[in-house]
Design a protein around this ligand. Structure first.
Ligand code: ASP
Length: 312
């Protein structure tokens, strides 16, 4: 079913927990967007040199994990104990091979660890200290917890604790974020990857959709590649990333119809925020969200680069 495109596509999201415009200075917005461009260029360079979609999404997400502006790797959210527990996953649409990490506390780039796990049949998913120990055996860099903490995440945890005490509601940006990428390579292969610190003030040991293949990440050649952001529990309940593929495959929906239907039926009526970035086999890009904004960007089949944060 795979076609061979002559052109390649990469698209990413930096989470649907975008804060209101007034909360960041112009310089901070520009800095975050510059990191999105850098991530897109890292992925696109891989694709232009004939690299695989899997290599491209790994390269792209690694840049976002290293950026302090997004909730993954450096800049990840803090849990209820004031610690970082990192989730990530990656999937190759050509082979259905996948790798996933849950609750890692030391590996610098969880997406790279997920990729290492993708290379083997069993285990394809590791959690907690075992994940970090495996990272060391694979020669991946580990960091102290302090590396992942940024002043903004510490403030968000304090704000969430205050909301709990006062019974007030948190904004989307205080709560969460995530990064993810999807790609189509010159051989017609699709891939997706997602990485997150999860929710600010999340329960210790809580695992979100970003670590769950089929929920937060999914790729299948001939159909689509998907990476999700938003309340992970809802993405797991509705197996969203896989459901998008199923709606295209069995329900004859387009990629955008599938993503819109899921957000409209399973998220918005419950007041739950969600965002989806996806591409189909033809390289059509879909970026849907029901929150105030979603960091996102892509380099399309014509090589045009696009970056946006809100509904622009
Ligand atoms: N989906 C992530 C999680 O539930 C958080 C997010 O994307 O905002 O862990």
């Amino acid at each position: 079913m795979t076609t061979v495109p002559t052109r390649t596509v990469i698209a990413l999201h930096g989470g649907c927990g975008v804060m209101s415009r007034a909360l960041l200075s112009e310089a901070e917005w520009e800095d975050a967007c510059a990191d999105i461009r850098k991530a897109l260029e890292a992925g696109y360079t891989v694709l232009s040199e004939g690299g695989s979609a899997v290599e491209a999404v790994e390269a792209c997400v690694t840049v976002l994990e290293d950026s302090p502006h997004f909730n993954a790797g450096h800049g990840a959210a803090l849990n209820a104990n004031g610690q970082h527990e990192l989730d990530a996953s990656i999937m190759d649409g050509a082979t259905a091979q996948a790798g996933a990490v849950a609750g890692a506390q030391a590996v610098r780039n969880p997406v790279r660890l997920a990729r290492k796990l993708m290379g083997q049949t069993i285990p394809m998913m590791l959690a907690g200290p075992a994940a970090d120990a495996y990272a060391v055996t694979q020669g991946l860099e580990t960091m102290p917890q302090s590396y992942f903490t940024t002043p903004r995440r510490a403030e968000a945890l304090a704000a969430m604790r205050a909301h709990d005490r006062l019974g007030t509601f948190a904004s989307e940006s205080e709560k969460h974020g995530t990064v993810g990428a999807v790609a189509l390579d010159c051989a017609g292969n699709l891939a997706a990857a997602t990485s997150t610190g999860g929710f600010t003030n999340k329960a210790v040991g809580r695992v979100g959709d970003s670590a769950v293949i089929g929920a937060g990440t999914y790729a299948r050649n001939g159909i689509c590649a998907v990476s999700c952001t938003g309340q992970g529990e809802q993405f797991i309940r509705h197996v969203v990333a896989h459901d998008i593929a199923a709606r295209i495959c069995y329900g004859n929906q387009t990629l955008t119809e599938a993503a819109r239907t899921i957000l409209a039926e399973s998220f918005t009526p419950h007041g739950i925020g969600g965002g989806i970035i996806a591409i189909d086999q033809e390289g059509t890009i879909c970026a849907e969200f029901n929150t105030e904004g979603m960091f996102r960007g892509w380099i399309d089949a014509d090589g045009a680069l696009f970056v946006a944060t809100h509904r622009d």
